[in-house]
Write a protein that binds this ligand. Sequence first.
Ligand code: APR
Length: 265
Amino acid sequence: MITDEIKKLIDIAAEKIHGASHVVALVGAGMSAESGIPTYRGSGGIWTKIGEPDPRSFQNFMNDPKLWWERMLNPDLVNEESPERAKFTKALAEAKPNPGHFALVELEKMGKLDTIITQNVDGLHRIAGNNNVAEIHGNRNYYRCLDCSSRFLRDEFTIIDIPPKCPNCQGMIKGDGVMFGEPIPSDVLARCITATQNCDAMLVLGTSGTVYPAASFPTEAYMNGAYIVEINPERTPISDIVTTQIAGATGDILPLLVEKIREMG
Ligand code: APR
């Protein structure tokens, strides 16, 4: 429901984003909720249902990459263990971009969005058509070499040995998705930090603001004097430092916001 109050907040945010020189979007799972992918926390969240993964997931992988790969290549094994996990994986595989994603494509085309920093692994921003996307938690459609950071589209990668070796450097290959306990890949992290430091406006879209280092970016932008607008039906720890908090769904609000910015020329 777009109330008059929300319309006023959208007008304020449009004015600020239109007048900004370097806009960054920090995106969380809420952005893809309208694409049918459950969020992680809150009601209906996958972690709410099945609990968070083991914080040593990455260490477990490094201790026995062969076991991880055997499970990865035999999804029925994993799906039998957790029907909820199977549903989540299916939703990820079937998801399509929603109006919120397409609104950010328009914003980038208008030259009003420098970078999307997304915590989502669904790849929907790239599928929708955004080019400047930093996937801080990786992208489920890719494999990544832990030694040389090369990335390979899963659908185009031929697995001969288990665990597979990197075709470029013979290093260790894993899913690009960042595991619990795994450091954020340094190339992506550097990009996120630079974008955050350079921005004078930040859109915070559908994130609970609880997982670091992504959750630190709005505070850093705020400390640098950036304008911050949050779009989320719920309040979050970030809400206290944002300039404009719009209580709504990104799929509803972003198209209206981008339309307003477009009208400003
Ligand atoms: N529009 C906007 N926000 C929404 C919508 C929507 N339609 N639906 C839900 N939300 C909000 C929720 O209110 C919540 O604040 O999206 C947020 C989702 O929070 P989380 O489920 O915690 O997702 P996120 O913040 O992305 O989690 C960060 O945690 O486990 C890790 O790797 C995982 O990337 C994830 C990270």
